[in-house]
Design a protein around this ligand. Structure first.
Ligand code: FRU
Length: 477
């Protein structure tokens, strides 16, 4: 057997062995994508192509740590039911032997083409990185086409995560990078044929106006038009916590700016965190045929107590977020659940006005909508959302899965709290505040027997709850 087939077979064997245990885990999601075994991290190659949405993902099938990543693959026609497809990329060649790292997909003529980073450790243990291409005629089987971009001068080998798009009749690529001065940056490349790439320069970096020092490495950049501007998303590493901001190990956020393609200059505003929760990183977007800019993020953060998550003992860790539609309002990116998410609803469990204290039961796959200004909402006696009217701060507190202590994340709501929409899925919680003005994305490892929802409100509010489908991720036929 060829090396890549052998490696692929080992990954399938790992799934055969581990998935029976994984699927019994009460924390395994019912409608979010998660690994069939091992560790899942970044969303990759996110695209609608030939009638299907494809979401590839960084995958370590053999254990719940990081290492030589594969590209796993989920596919969906309706954005609700996802089917696990054959492995797209295995780390089996000289240029990617220590990992087929993150990247993106584009449609070119009748092919689906993916660009990814080949991560290599040489004999001396030093990192080397190559930006590689692989192609597919059916969206399932990929053929590697080798290295298309070598490391340009001025960067360390922390140079990865190519995101490619077409503008007019040219192709462009952004790459997450570290300059030789060890500053985070985004590198910008151009090509007329996806084969030959010219390095156009640094698009932004840790000391670019208006930043002072925005970290030592920027991962997973994504540049796209939204509302007449160009948004640059990226995940900087090395920011110090600052009050309620930057509280996770690493951040994910965006700047709003204007890109001049001819001079390769990008003028932008300040860095904004995209999500206020505990677990969110490395998001990627795509444009679908309805003109929607849709984002998926990884519901995890590298190096943030990953090995302590309770699912590790069942041989899996992490999951994706729901797909979200982006909109630019003023200088702020809003994130909304896609309309299709209403198709997750099985039946309505609760629909009433609430005032004072109310309690009800909640299933492990549920959606909650609250209209009005509430004071507190508690889920499974583990996660509490509370609103401080005077400070106009919304807080999410949860019991730490490491030591049970209370941890807090917060956001400011300059115009107050009017609406909450929450998605609960076994061990995750996504909270959309004021129709996408802010989002909190977090894992919650509550007592699996606990099914309580408690609401406290001084004002009258309206509470609606649905039970959601619990079986939309199809790992096996
Ligand atoms: C972000 C990241 C990327 C890299 C990938 C490896 O989480 O570190 O920069 O390509 O994960 O799995």
């Amino acid at each position: 057997m060829r090396f890549d087939e052998n490696l692929r077979q080992q990954a399938y064997d790992a799934v055969d062995n581990q998935f029976p245990v994984v699927k019994q885990d009460p924390y395994y999601p019912g409608y979010h994508m998660a690994p069939p075994a091992g560790l899942l991290n970044d969303p990759n190659g996110w695209i609608q192509w030939n009638g299907s949405y494809h979401l590839f993902f960084q995958w370590m099938p053999f254990h719940t740590g990081h290492g030589a990543k594969f590209w796993g693959h989920y596919r969906s026609e309706n954005l609700i039911d996802w089917k696990l497809e054959p492995i797209a990329l295995t780390p089996s060649d000289w240029f990617d032997k220590n990992g087929c790292y993150s990247g993106s997909a584009v449609a070119d003529e009748d092919k689906l083409k993916v660009f990814y980073t080949g991560n290599v450790k040489n004999e001396r243990g030093e990192r080397q990185t190559y930006q590689c291409l692989a192609e597919s005629a059916d969206g399932i089987q990929f053929e590697k086409k080798g290295v298309k971009v070598h490391l340009p001068e001025g960067y360390t080998p922390h140079f990865r995560d190519p995101k490619v798009w077409k503008h007019k009749d040219h192709w462009y690529m952004v790459i997450g990078a570290q300059t030789t001065e060890e500053k985070g940056s985004v590198s910008f490349l151009e090509s007329s044929d996806l084969e030959n790439w010219t390095h156009r320069g640094v698009l932004s970096h840790a000391e670019a106006d208006p930043f002072e020092n925005l970290g030592y490495m920027w991962e997973c950049p994504d540049l796209f038009p939204l509302g007449g501007r160009e948004i640059l998303l990226f995940s900087p590493q090395g920011l110090a916590a600052d009050g309620i901001d930057f509280n996770n190990q690493y951040q994910s956020g965006y700047v709003v700016g204007s890109l001049d393609y001819s001079s390769a200059s990008y003028v932008h505003g300040d860095f904004e965190e995209l999500d206020r929760g505990f677990e969110f990183y490395a998001p990627q977007t795509t444009l679908d045929d309805q003109g929607r800019r849709i984002l998926v993020g990884w519901m995890g953060v590298p190096d943030q107590n990953e090995s302590e998550q309770p699912t590790v003992s069942n041989g899996w860790v992490h999951q994706m977020t729901l797909p979200r539609q982006l909109e630019l309002k003023g200088e702020k990116v809003y994130q909304l659940p896609l309309d299709e998410m209403k198709n997750l609803r099985k039946h309505e469990r609760y629909n009433q006005k609430v005032e004072g204290e109310s309690s009800t039961s909640l299933s492990r796959a549920a959606e909650i909508e609250v209209s009005g200004e509430i004071d507190e909402l508690n889920i499974f006696d583990n996660a509490t959302i509370s609103y401080d009217r005077d400070a106009k701060l919304l807080h999410l507190k949860r019991l730490s899965y490491v030591d049970g202590t209370i941890e807090t994340r917060s956001c400011r709501l300059p115009n107050g709290l009017t609406h909450l929409r929450l998605f609960v899925d076994h061990s995750s919680l996504e909270i959309f505040v004021n129709d996408g003005e802010e989002v909190f994305t977090s894992r919650i490892f509550a007592d699996v027997e606990n099914d309580s929802l408690n609401v406290f409100t001084k004002n009258t509010a309206h509470l609606q709850i649905w039970d959601l489908k619990n079986d939309t991720i199809h790992i096996r036929d």
